[in-house]
Design a protein around this ligand. Structure first.
Ligand code: XBP
Ligand code: MG
Length: 232
């Protein structure tokens, strides 16, 4: 039986990536860099999960000489800290909303005493900003963030950590993801996965998903997920 839903955050609970992209670009300006991530470039860069890892990947591709600076790790950390502060301010200003059906599905789980958790690549601070701003409550048993584990998605680490924190087996859970990396992470931990592609992940390959639906609304009720999860 289905005992818990495990949610991804970016792209799944909310379309956050435009706010992330704007925050990256503003951080570059503030740091005096003439870097700019367009929608099409960001679509490619998103295949590298994690903001710090994404900055490094961009530099590797487009400004390799920058990577030769002696204190490059500290520069990446500082850039990313600046980006995180800008992102938090944007979320507080109302720049992101929950995707359709998310609040309803959370309420359904709550009413049925189905447990809920978060498995994300972003930071716990970013998740808390989003929950405070969009949900006004924290219905999740646990939140496992990218920097809390050894390897980010597509590695299964965040999902393995969530299963341990919930003290549930993979077969008792269902993950909800929006990206190929997220799907690989959940599947790597043995968890059946529903995919709701987001604006930036429509072209990803979702082979191996339990189902792929454009949105949780109007059809994806908890009872539907429980039936799919049971194989019926
Ligand atoms: C989300 C990410 C994150 C966000 C930015 O992946 O890859 O890096 O884009 O957040 P997923 P940070 O939805 O698969 O968890 O800058 O805090 O990393
Ligand atoms: Mg995601």
């Amino acid at each position: 039986t289905l005992r818990a839903l495990i949610f991804d955050v970016d792209g799944t609970l909310a379309e956050t990536e435009e706010a992330h992209r704007s925050a990256f670009n503003a951080a570059f300006v503030q740091a005096g860099l003439d870097w700019f991530w367009s929608v099409s470039l960001y679509t490619e860069l998103l295949r590298v999960t994690g903001g710090k890892e994404r900055i490094r990947e961009y530099a590797r591709r487009c400004v390799p000489e920058w990577l030769q600076l002696p204190d490059v790790d500290a520069r990446i950390r500082a850039l990313h800290a600046r980006k995180t502060a800008l992102y938090a301010a944007a979320v507080r200003a109302g720049a992101v909303q929950l995707r359709p059906g998310v609040r309803r599905l959370i309420d359904e789980c709550h009413a049925r005493r189905v447990r809920m958790a978060i498995a994300t690549t972003t930071s716990e601070a970013n998740v808390r900003e989003l929950l405070d701003g969009c949900l006004g409550a924290d219905p999740f048993d646990c939140i496992v963030a990218g920097d809390a584990v050894a390897a980010k998605k597509p590695a299964p680490d965040v999902y393995v950590a969530v299963l341990k924190r919930l003290d549930l087996s993979a077969s008792a859970c269902l993950a909800i993801e929006d990206s190929a990396a997220g799907l690989a992470a959940a599947r790597g931990a043995g968890i059946a996965t529903l995919v709701t592609p987001s604006a930036y992940t429509r072209d990803h390959d979702f082979n191996g998903a339990l189902a792929v639906v454009p949105s949780l609304e109007p059809d994806i009720h908890f009872d539907v997920l429980a039936r799919w999860h049971a194989g019926g």
